[in-house]
Design a protein around this ligand. Structure first.
Ligand code: AMP
Ligand code: ZN
Length: 138
């Protein structure tokens, strides 16, 4: 893998600038260049991986420990009423940068420029049971 091909590896290397909000040995966090809401932050592991599905549990645990830390810092600084924490995996989900990152998106109102909607369905308990068992056994 070529670091030159990855915008977030370049930010980690200091080759391109970022608005850094947190850094330690494992992760860097910086403001998303396109602020969905004020304080929109990305938490990024320094070790390149395509997305969360490519990372082992320990690497993910270390990353999410920092997501907790950074989310609280963002909440305190912005005085947001709440937040969404999102990670996109693969094009189908909207991933555009293929280096793992967790979006921390402070929320100020339900009219923010972010809409996450879950279409509701009547529960089908037979289907749920089949699917749950399939996932358990995977
Ligand atoms: P995703 O759709 O989850 O892959 O989101 C990638 C995010 O990275 C987008 O929200 C972009 O605005 C953000 N982004 C891309 N380039 C940069 C950059 N150089 N600095 C900060 N954020 C960036
Ligand atoms: Zn990278």
């Amino acid at each position: 893998f070529m670091v030159d091909d990855c915008i977030f590896c370049k930010i980690i290397a200091g080759d391109i600038p970022s608005s850094k909000v947190y850094e330690d040995e494992e992760v860097i966090a910086f403001l998303d260049i396109s602020q969905v809401t004020p304080g929109h932050t990305l938490v990024v592991p320094k070790k390149h991986a395509r997305n969360l599905l490519e990372m082992d549990e320990m690497a993910t645990a270390q990353l999410f420990a920092r997501v907790s830390k950074v989310a609280k810092k963002v909440a305190t600084a912005t005085q947001a009423k709440g937040m969404n924490i999102i990670s996109n995996m693969e094009e189908v989900s909207g991933q555009t940068v293929f280096h793992t990152h967790i979006h921390i998106i402070p929320r100020y109102s339900d009219q923010d420029e972010l809409a996450i909607s879950f279409t509701e369905h009547e529960p089908n308990f037979d289907q749920l049971a089949v699917l749950a068992e399939k996932i358990q056994n995977s």
